[in-house]
Design a protein around this ligand. Structure first.
Ligand code: NAI
Ligand code: MG
Length: 323
């Protein structure tokens, strides 16, 4: 079966790392058709719209989307794109690689972040000059959907629920109780950790944790913390998964300081492409990409962010050669 892949490079180094990841996918010769579309600062300057209707429609109809990054318009692009794929979970692996300088080289975590609600549901008000408020939303249905995904993701190995239900008793209480009860129904083990304690514990010893399910804001902050532990923004991939489709993107932005020089590290986007392969049931190909990236990171060539002097193309070709 042929899969439709939407390709949205966006701005800055998105224009360099997304084509690199497409080259890797094409080298594996899966039954994919690629359709490219525009989004971001450049298209906004040109047309007045950061996310043209046809780009939204493409992501909303494709089987999977590979996105790079958008500049100042990032929020106007990525939030609607996540909505276009109806994403309920953001999967964010944070893994250290041999050969890459990391604060905690033993880190190997995956965050499953609720992707639609919590304090990011958009219910903020400015009541008076002095007072602003925010309404935090938790639903049983969204918590359940995240928990069901987590149970599939980990098999019977179990996962950790990070929350702050001792203070936010209703919202995080509902989140924790729902996630724990779904896991129990499925025979999946869970343990719990308060999100602030998690922040300390993961820095001291990240091997205590494996897969961590969290509400939206906690997942955003704690996964960025873990990104610090593995030492390379240029290496972190992510997946926004929906019921019917999904969007894959590096965690990094447009890197204006190095854009246009051909030296961006393509690894985060290529690992995101491996997650895309896995999502579309190309498991062997996905494993091959992970292995090729890992051995390239260990043995080189490396881009300047990792202390090397290779170009994006050198690294991409080295990865393709190892496939
Ligand atoms: P950034 O991630 O673009 O860059 C931070 C630092 O990391 C820079 O020094 C950059 O050179 C380096 N870096 C990032 N990715 C790299 C790669 N693949 N290879 C080598 N070095 C890399 O974050 P920053 O500077 O805060 O934001 C720049 C622009 O990107 C802003 O306009 C921001 O709005 C946008 N942005 C977009 C995101 C998205 O579209 N999802 C996410 C984050 C930022
Ligand atoms: Mg963030």
């Amino acid at each position: 079966m042929t899969h439709e892949i939407a390709v949205i490079p966006g701005d800055g180094i998105g224009q360099e790392v997304v084509p690199a990841a497409v080259d890797v996918l094409e080298a594996l010769d899966p039954e994919f058709t690629f359709t490219e579309a525009e989004a971001g600062d450049a298209v906004e300057t040109e047309t007045g719209e950061a996310l043209p209707e046809e780009t939204y429609e493409l992501a909303a109809s494709a089987d999977a989307t590979l996105f790079g990054a958008a500049g100042e318009t990032a929020a106007d692009v990525i939030l609607p794109l996540r909505e276009a794929v109806d994403s309920f979970v953001n999967v964010r692996p944070a893994k250290a690689y041999p050969g890459v300088d990391a604060v905690r080289p033993e880190t190997d975590l995956v965050f499953l972040r609720e992707n639609t609600e919590g304090v990011y549901a958009g219910h903020e008000d400015r009541l008076t000059k002095d007072v602003a408020t925010l309404t935090r939303v938790t639903t049983q249905s969204a918590s359940r959907q995240l928990a069901e995904f987590a149970c599939e993701y980990v098999d019977a190995d179990g996962f950790t629920i990070a929350h702050k239900a001792n203070v936010m008793r209703e919202t995080d209480g509902l989140f924790r109780d729902t996630v724990a009860s779904v896991a129990e129904e499925r025979g999946v083990a869970t343990d719990e950790v308060l999100m602030d304690a998690f922040a300390t514990r993961v820095c001291l010893d990240p091997t205590q944790f494996d897969v961590v399910a969290c509400p939206n804001l906690a997942g955003d902050v704690l996964s960025d913390l873990a990104a610090g532990l593995v030492g390379g923004l240029g290496l972190l991939p992510s997946a926004n998964i929906g019921e019917q489709r999904a969007l894959f993107e590096p965690v990094h932005g447009t890197a204006p300081d190095i854009a246009g020089r051909g030296v961006a590290n393509p690894a985060a986007t290529i690992i995101s492409a491996a997650m895309l392969l896995e999502y579309l049931d190309y498991g062997e190909e996905a494993d091959a990409v992970h292995a090729a990236v890992e051995s390239t990171l260990a043995e080189g060539p490396r881009t300047p962010d990792l202390g090397g002097d290779a170009s994006t193309a050198d690294v991409t070709n080295a990865i393709i050669d190892r496939l």
